[in-house]
Design a protein around this ligand. Structure first.
Ligand code: SME
Length: 167
């Protein structure tokens, strides 16, 4: 494995096309999930320098903290400022993505009802579900300091990237 990522400038598509083979290289031969999630976040952060990028994974609720709850999203490897650790199904952008099992692009977080503001600097967001055997098992969340930063190109490539990860 190369020690350093090759970070390029160019269009969004060019940046993803350059990054994806490098992510494949990083994942190759490594079965450890946490290591792989960590390197995927680091790769995206290095190439795109978003405010925050990271995974939340579906886990059984911590019974004492969430009486009566079933599963919830729990913070997993990420890059960026500290973030909320637990999100319930249907809550915020991440919990809504989980509920809908579909990517959500949020051009302006202030206009998304129930948006959970982990950082006041976040202005727009995209959340992509990780679906295995028909179930959402995690989500990949990316936040930008710019309004309207994420679009269909990000959706297309981030969905490809989460499919590369062996969960
Ligand atoms: N904004 C997310 C919460 C996670 S942070 O952005 C890292 C949401 O509304 O679910």
């Amino acid at each position: 494995m190369a020690e350093d990522l090759n970070i390029i400038s160019g269009t969004k598509t060019e940046q993803y096309e350059s990054l994806i083979p490098q992510i494949i290289g990083l994942l190759e031969g490594e079965p450890d999930l946490i290591a792989n999630l960590a390197n995927v976040c680091a790769s995206l952060k290095e190439q795109f320098d978003w405010l925050w990028v990271g995974f939340y994974v579906v886990k059984p609720a911590f019974a004492e903290a969430s009486p009566g709850a079933n599963d919830e999203l729990v913070l997993a490897p990420f890059q960026g400022p500290v973030a909320c650790t637990r999100i319930k199904r249907g809550k915020g952008v991440c919990g809504t993505c989980w509920q809908q099992a579909a990517t959500i692009v949020v051009p302006d977080v202030e206009k998304f009802p129930g948006h959970i503001a982990c950082s006041t600097l976040s202005k727009s967001e995209i959340v992509v579900p990780v679906i295995r055997n028909g179930q959402v098992i995690a989500v990949l969340d990316s936040d930008s300091e710019e309004i309207n930063h994420f679009d269909e190109t990000d959706k297309f490539y981030l969905e490809k990237i989460v499919d590369l990860i062996q969960f």
